[in-house]
Every structure is written in C-alpha cells, then in structure tokens.
Design a protein around this ligand. Structure first.
Ligand code: ZN
Length: 236
C-alpha cells in the first residue's frame, strides 16, 4: 500500500481502490490516512463511493497493513472510491507534531534531556523527558521563549531516507533512537528542521516552522524519578 502522507503531508484526498472489506475494516491500494503511530493520533475522514460518504473513524497499522475502520462498510463495494481526510484535524496534528520536534531540540540543547515518549492531539500535545530535574519558572520561561523564537524564524522542514547503517553512524540522538528499532527496519526516514534539528520520524509535519504558531507550556508533571512531562499547546 502506498502511504501518500509520507511524500506529501498536505494531500487532503486521493482516488483509491478498495481491495478488501471485512466487517468494519477496509483495505485500500493507497491512502492519505495516517494510522496511529509514533505518538501521533490517526486521521479521520470519509470514503466516498457514488453519492455516498462513509465515515472513517479509526485508522491502525495491523500486520504491516493500514486498516481503515469505516461505518457501514458493508455498503461499500470493492473498486474505485475517493479517500478524504478531515484536514482541520490533520493540520492541528501536523502543527503540534512539528512543535514537539522544535521543543525536543531546545530541551536537548539546554539540558541534554532526551525525549522518552510523546502524544500528539489536534489541539494539544505532551512530551516526556528522561534525566530532567525540577525546573525553575525562569528556566521554563526560557524554554518557551527559545522555542517560540525558533518557530518565528520560519525554518524549512525537509526529509531524507537513509540506510539503517548510515543512520546508526550519525552521532547523538538519531543513533540512540535508531538502535531501538526492530531489526526488520532497513531504512530510516530522517526529518530535518533546517540546521536546528534532525531526527528519525515517520509522522506528518508542516513545511515551515512559522506555520506552527505561538506555543505555551500548560503544565509540568513529574513522571517518576528524573522524568518530566511537559504539556503544551499552540495558542494561535
Ligand atoms: Zn516527527
């Protein structure tokens, strides 16, 4: 199955062929729908066939395939259809996802704390860091202002795919993350924010940091010893 969102995260719809239907589960030959993964929530949207639109309410990766969960899927026929995502939801996810890349880079530069997990929603996100001590209000304000400064500088975002071996030879963060991937992964997609940051990621991002908008930290939580969770959102 072609995963069109990897090449163009701004693609809102595409013609598809329905190749399999089983209860609510629909398999397509290609898709614009991002399946839950890497901390990013799945897309929602519709499959349109003839005059009827069918709601896609869940998208998951199962046994290497992207499975679309569709209401009343039994009324669909195999063959051509149109797949369209809820763009407002996706764009919120893209902006918050890209925000976490910038924020993760700022925290790593300032405190050498590594991201250990994240969760991205259309209207908010959270990111966990290891080896992160209690922060003073001044340090928190500094993280916010540095993140917003980088966003405002409007850096372009680009992609390259390299072999696993090449990725493991990149010093620092990427090497650490790539070494955790299952052995079946032979190639890695790297996402760069200009000279600011580069990391392995299969999610969807905006084209320039300026699209993210202004961010704020809404809460800081302790998650066990030396582990902190930052909750963030885009204000506008
Ligand atoms: Zn990403």
């Amino acid at each position: 199955m072609k995963e069109l969102f990897l090449a163009d995260s701004y693609l809102k719809e595409c013609e598809v062929e329905i190749v399999d239907i089983e209860e609510d589960k629909v398999i397509l030959d290609r898709t614009v729908f991002y399946p839950t993964g890497g901390g990013q929530e799945h897309d929602t949207g519709v499959l349109v066939q003839g005059e009827q639109a069918f709601e896609v309410y869940q998208v998951k990766r199962e046994k290497g395939q992207i499975v679309h969960y569709v209401k009343e899927a039994g009324k669909l026929d195999k063959g051509l259809a149109l797949a369209r995502i809820d763009w407002e939801r996706r764009y919120g996810l893209m902006r918050h996802h890209t925000l976490l890349h910038v924020l993760g880079s700022v925290v790593y530069q300032k405190f050498e704390a590594l991201c250990s997990g994240n969760q991205i929603y259309p209207d908010r996100a959270r990111i966990d860091f290891n080896q992160f001590h209690d922060l003073t209000p001044e340090q928190l304000a500094d993280i916010v202002s540095e993140t917003n400064r980088l966003i405002e500088e409007d850096h372009p975002i680009s992609y390259r795919t390299v072999s696993r071996e090449e990725a493991e030879n990149i010093a620092g963060l990427i090497k650490t993350m790539v070494s955790l991937l299952p052995p079946s992964v032979t190639h890695v997609r790297l996402v760069s924010i200009d000279s600011v940051d580069e990391q392995a990621c299969g999610g969807t991002h905006v084209q320039r940091t300026g699209e993210i908008g202004r961010m704020e930290i809404t809460d800081v939580k302790s998650k066990g010893k030396n582990n902190k969770r930052l909750e963030v959102r885009i204000i506008h």
